[in-house]
Design a protein around this ligand. Structure first.
Ligand code: DC
Length: 233
């Protein structure tokens, strides 16, 4: 369904609660562009790992800053017509699979709390979305990236349910992970994401809260389509 109005739709919420599934579904339905901002923080994290810019969970911030300043970290997306999926590129290289692994998941929250990293990526996100006709998902889209978004959805689900879903997904991809490890990661990211100083995860005052613990993907999508249609009237 298309309409001349090109809305900006912001989807924020906790880790692993299906934001990207909902965002992709909405983008497909309304023929909008989908932008996965988590993938951008993940790509920076992969750069940190591959260039040894961390010691445990401590990031070598000076060196990372220098890499940004020297233009060594370029993030973009490309549509793959074969898989019909969007892929994340780091310096022109497809890193879509690598950024979804547990190694990146375990380090991404410390990277995402660094103010200059957020500043860089938020600028890029605003640039990517400025024309409208986009669904953008993340943690601070409705509160910070696009505070004037036409529709804001805040998605959540019980931590155990989120961990079970993510565990199943990673197992299906052949990754060697345990449920306990995933649950610990989900809880740790919730904590870091919502307590960090710069643009923490929180529900915007004008966001619609959707808890998908006990509803299907289809029901959730239909609810969101109805919300968008209201805005398009
Ligand atoms: O959505 P995701 O799980 O792929 O996001 C990965 C991490 O990136 C998440 O733990 C928090 C961070 N993130 C963020 O701080 N701000 C965003 N807009 C998107 C993600």
């Amino acid at each position: 369904m298309t309409n001349n109005k090109k809305l900006i739709i912001a989807i924020d919420g906790h880790s692993s609660c299906g934001k990207s599934t909902l965002a992709k579904g909405l983008a497909k339905h309304f023929e909008y562009k989908y932008i996965d901002t988590g993938a951008m923080y993940r790509a920076v994290t992969l750069y940190v790992i591959e260039n040894n810019l961390h010691e445990g969970k401590t990031i070598k911030e000076e060196e990372l800053k220098k890499a940004f300043e020297e233009g060594k970290i370029k993030i973009s997306f490309q549509y793959n017509p074969e898989t019909k999926k969007s892929e994340t590129l780091l310096n022109g290289k497809n890193v879509e699979n690598k950024i979804r692994g547990i190694e990146v998941s375990n380090l991404v929250s410390p990277v995402a709390q660094i103010p200059f990293v957020r500043h860089e990526l938020v600028n890029l996100q605003r640039e990517m979305g400025k024309e409208g006709g986009i669904v953008m998902d993340g943690r601070d889209i409705g509160t910070n990236v696009f505070p004037n978004a036409d529709l804001k959805i805040f998605l959540t689900a019980d931590a155990e349910i989120r961990a079970k879903r993510r565990y199943k997904e990673l197992k299906e991809k052949g990754q060697d992970v345990s449920y306990e490890e995933i649950l610990a990661n989900v809880k740790e990211r919730d904590y870091i994401d919502s307590t960090r100083k710069t643009n923490p995860l929180r529900q915007a005052e004008d966001a619609v809260l959707l808890d998908n613990s006990h509803i299907s993907i289809e029901e959730q999508l239909q609810n969101a389509i109805n919300l968008v249609n209201e805005k398009l009237k």
